[in-house]
Design a protein around this ligand. Structure first.
Ligand code: ARG
Length: 472
């Protein structure tokens, strides 16, 4: 095969030097980038109309081969870029040798990575958005479902299941926003930077950028070939998202224990034990917890790779793809598994209400009632504290009336858990009214993502169109 291998790859064989196992996932975007590069070469007169037609036809034929699984991948060739170029020349002859005019694999791989990022952000945001919708829809039915709120994992004050689920919604909402912002910042084409210093040939990077749906082309060729900020940002976004999903997982683990008993795990949440017949473990939730460590590891791997490499391209950068691919795959699987598990999580509202009806959760309410009647908060806090200590924590309306006569007739309603929830009607608070406002706002925001997601979707479709378009 040596006759069809360009000299620059023959020196770089071997598993250690190869990136093919990871970067073959870039084949589609690589082909689309090459098609547009060829169109540009034709426009500026560097490739004839006839050769451009041959090259683009060959690239589309390669796309079909890859899609059908008949592409002859060669692992004696370093990467996806070389595999495609060598195959192109096999298919169309010497015209194939014109494809790489005024281009290096350095700007080529940087371009591929940005197009790939566009696709994966689109995929992950769709999963994330539907997960968020599921939380909001579920919350809408649980506004009056009492649940103890916790600090330090100690029961603190009453909230509702709706309020709790929505707290997770807002974290995920910021994750979605971050992913979209990362994609927007990354939407700059690096093609035309060459190996590091552009080209002596009259290429048109701005035209390429527009044709591929980018906002603009790069400003500095050294920066363009070495910038991996888009991947670093993406990995941070995914690591934080994984962290949020891990917290959710940890709560499901706790809630499905006999000790909490706030939920029962159905079959899609976990499995049984091979030894103990009574067991039903929340495996999905536990794995969601562990996956966060893995995605954080992916982020640290990339940052560690980037921190010591001088401008511009260094081969270290080849190692950037594996952590990204791993993180994206891990997150997508986690979101899908948790979404399916959520449907199979049966909340035990009675257990939640029992736990939330612990009168000790309302000690703050007593102090706030005294404040309403004019007592300074510090004094009220002292007085209620003394009363709680005096009863060893088992407070109730009769003893409260005796110890804190100012409470008088208010005492009964103060200890009513449903009233306690309704009273927390401050903006962003857990009362059913406040939560109703929250749900409206959440739904507004979800609807507002529509335009960004569909503009992203159009830019993703562009790749598919380029690969399939019949040349006039
Ligand atoms: N396989 C390389 C990568 O993934 C492609 C760029 C190679 N450039 C080079 N000068 N060796 O980064």
């Amino acid at each position: 095969m040596a006759s069809t291998s360009p000299s620059y790859v023959r020196t770089g064989g071997g598993e250690f030097l190869r990136s093919l196992d990871v970067d073959r996932a870039l084949a589609r975007v690589d082909l689309a980038g090459s098609i547009v590069h060829t169109e540009m070469l034709e426009r500026v007169g560097l490739v004839s109309k006839e050769d451009a037609r041959r090259i683009i036809g060959g690239l589309r034929a390669i796309h079909r081969e890859i899609a059908h699984g008949s592409f002859p991948w060669r692992d004696d060739l370093e990467d996806v870029h070389t595999n495609i170029e060598v195959r192109l020349t096999q298919l169309i002859g010497p015209a194939g040798g014109r494809l790489h005019t005024a281009r290096s694999r350095n700007d080529q791989v940087a371009l591929d990575e940005r197009l790939y990022l566009r696709e994966v952000v689109y995929g992950t945001t769709q999963l994330l958005e539907s997960f968020q919708r599921m939380l909001v829809d579920h919350a809408a039915g649980e506004q009056g479902t009492l649940l103890p709120g916790y600090t330090h994992l100690q029961r603190a004050q009453p909230v509702s299941l709706a309020h709790h689920l929505l707290a997770h919604f807002w974290r995920l909402e910021r994750d979605l926003d971050r992913l979209l912002a990362t994609e927007r910042r990354a939407n700059v084409s690096p093609l035309g930077a060459g190996a590091l210093a552009g080209s002596t040939l009259p290429i048109d990077p701005a035209w390429v950028a527009r044709r591929l749906g980018f906002d603009r082309a790069f400003e500095n060729s050294l920066d363009a070939v070495s910038d991996r900020d888009p991947f670093a940002e993406l990995l941070f976004d995914l690591a934080l998202l994984a962290t949020h999903l891990s917290v959710l997982g940890e709560e499901w683990v706790l809630w499905t224990t006999a000790e909490f008993g706030f939920a029962r795990a159905g079959e899609r949440v976990g499995s049984g034990s091979s030894l103990m017949p009574q067991k039903r473990n929340a495996d999905v939730a536990e794995l969601a917890r562990a996956k966060a460590a893995r995605v954080t590891g992916d982020l640290v791997t990339l940052l560690g790779t980037l921190k010591g490499i001088p401008l511009a391209y260094d081969r270290d950068l080849q190692e950037d793809k594996a952590p990204v691919r791993d993180a994206v795959r891990t997150i997508d699987l986690t979101l899908a598994a948790l979404a399916s598990a959520f449907e199979d999580l049966a909340f035990d509202r009675t257990r939640m209400a029992e736990a939330a009806s612990d009168p000790a959760l309302l000690a703050t309410d007593l102090a706030e009632e005294l404040v309403r009647q004019g007592t300074p908060f510090r004094e009220a806090h002292e007085a209620v504290g003394a009363y709680v200590r005096g009863t060893e924590g088992s407070i109730g309306s009769a003893s409260a009336r005796r110890a804190l006569p100012a409470l008088r007739s208010a005492a009964d309603s103060l200890f009513d858990p449903a009233h306690a929830l309704e009273r927390r009607a401050t903006p962003g608070g857990p009362s059913p009214t406040s939560v109703g406002v929250q749900i409206d706002r959440a739904r507004e925001l979800l609807a507002a993502h529509g335009p960004s997601l569909s503009s992203l979707g159009h830019r993703v479709e562009l790749i598919e169109e380029l690969l399939n378009e019949e040349r006039k």
